[in-house]
Ligand binder design. Structure first.
Ligand SMILES: [Zn+2]
Ligand SMILES: [Zn+2]
Length: 466
């Protein structure tokens, strides 16, 4: 066996790992590199493998940094199956065409600036729709031979709807008397107690895993708990409603937006917040919410709201906004309201016109519920800038700004430790991926302290014989 990490190696995005098992070639994830536009573009356009040599792709979850190069793979002629969970398949059917649309826009942007040496976008929205032809959905904990001699079992990763950790049991037949070897790929590890979705379930084998490929996004951070997050949300809604203000929540359209709707639904049922209107103003979020409705099998039945309601996302206070006219009409809204709109870092999308219209009013609140990268508008607001640039104009900030950290979808240091311990015995060997340098090193140290004898931080394209 041989492992080569081609993406999320020494960094977070671009997740893609090649596993060669005898003559078979299996790809784990085919994610897009994200970040600074031109650098990401350069990394994405040089696909390092001949896609005709690949037998199958196994996808961990629908986030674009794990699926965003699937359309490229298909465009380059990949003809094999792409395995994923049923919810990942449906979310990808919404998210990949959206990514294709962004690729088309990026291409136009670069062409206008004379930077572009390419004749066409990386892929188009139409290319992205063709991925669905290849997708074979496999529910959690239903083992399946994906290529001869390799059995795949998904377990819930607790990170987003449909997210999975991957266990591959490889028929070995070699020396040592062991019939199989086990490779575990964590995918992105979520958290215990997140709304809607179930808790992470580390894939536990009958003995130690032979190889673990594990993420490290927040290996040296500790988050607030999801329970504290709900209480903080209630407190903000009550305070701002009392003073007649609006709450603007920049939110990622998939998962975070649905979690917020769910949390507000919970609070409303418990009479913990006043009855003020809630607008979900993002066509992608509205589409993704429809996908959530189709996948109750992935919901956490131990949560009261899941057990007690038939539709988590429909209740009298919530309104879904698709059209631009309706979205603009919200600017004239009087009285308290909650507006959830993309993008999650307030860099683009409809949240911008709401912020332009509302950050000058001291009754209002901008509520940050997700990670804000440096230099983004969300980050500037979070840092307390008194004036921000929106649509090229400086706008004074008089609204309050607050952050709730507890909704992060990524395991923190303690949760990563809990997950690794949940594997049973320490793996014989581990590869740390999906993190910045400091986090990769923190995760490597954590694994060593948990008794993993051999830990590597792979470089992109560096092969390891297993
Ligand atoms: Zn993810
Ligand atoms: Zn990721």
């Amino acid at each position: 066996m041989r492992l080569t990490c081609w993406g999320a190696a020494g960094e977070v995005t671009g997740s893609m790992h090649l596993l060669e098992i005898g003559p078979r070639r299996l790809l784990l994830d085919a994610g897009l590199f994200q970040g600074r536009r031109e650098e990401a573009r350069r990394k994405n356009e040089h696909f390092p493998l001949d896609v005709h040599d690949l037998d199958a792709v196994v996808v961990s979850h629908a986030h674009i940094d794990h699926t965003g190069r699937l359309p490229l793979l298909v465009k380059l002629g990949f003809a094999g199956p792409i395995f994923c969970t049923p919810a990942t398949r449906d979310l990808a059917s919404v998210m990949l065409p959206d990514s294709g649309f962004i690729q088309e826009k990026d291409f136009e942007f670069l062409k206008k600036r004379g930077h572009n040496h390419l004749a066409e976008p990386l892929y188009t929205a139409h290319d992205a729709t063709l991925v669905a032809d290849h997708m074979v959905s496999l529910p959690y904990e239903r083992p399946l031979d994906v290529v001869p001699g390799v059995r795949l079992t998904y377990t819930d990763a607790g990170h987003m709807l449909g997210s999975a950790s991957v266990a591959l049991d490889v028929a070995d037949g070699g020396a040592g008397g062991r019939a199989t070897r086990r490779v575990v790929f964590s995918g992105d590890i979520g958290r215990w107690g997140l709304p809607i979705i179930r808790d992470p379930k580390p894939p536990r084998g009958s003995g130690p895993a032979d190889v673990l490929i594990v993420e490290s996004t927040y290996a040296n951070r500790v988050h607030e708990s999801p329970v504290e997050a709900q209480a903080m949300l209630a407190e903000h809604v009550n305070r701002v409603a009392k003073r007649g203000g609006k709450i603007f929540i920049p939110a990622f359209a998939i998962e975070r937006a649905q979690e917020l709707i769910y949390e507000l639904h919970s609070l409303e049922r418990d009479h913990a917040i006043p009855r003020i209107p809630i607008y979900v103003d993002s066509p992608l979020a509205v589409n993704a919410t429809d996908v959530f409705r189709l996948h109750p099998e992935a919901f956490d039945r131990s949560e009261r709201l899941v057990r007690e309601t038939d539709d988590l996302f429909r209740f009298p206070l919530v309104k879904y906004v698709r059209s631009v006219e309706e979205s603009k009409a919200l600017n004239g809204l009087r009285g308290p309201a909650i507006i959830i709109a993309a993008s999650g870092m307030a860099e683009s999308g409809r949240i911008l016109h709401h912020l332009r219209n509302g950050v000058g009013d001291s009754r209002n609140l901008v509520l940050i519920v997700g990670f804000q990268a440096s230099y983004t508008l969300g980050h500037k607001l979070q840092e307390g800038d008194k004036e921000v640039r929106i649509y090229g104009e400086m706008v004074p900030v008089r609204a309050g700004v607050a952050t709730i950290g507890g909704y992060s979808g990524h395991a923190d240091r303690n949760e990563l430790k809990r997950w690794v311990e949940g594997l049973g015995e320490p793996p014989r060997r581990a590869f740390v991926v999906h993190g910045e340098t400091e986090q990769l090193q923190a995760m490597a140290a954590l694994l060593t302290s948990l008794g993993v004898p051999r830990v590597d931080i792979p470089k992109p394209g560096e092969p390891f014989d297993l």
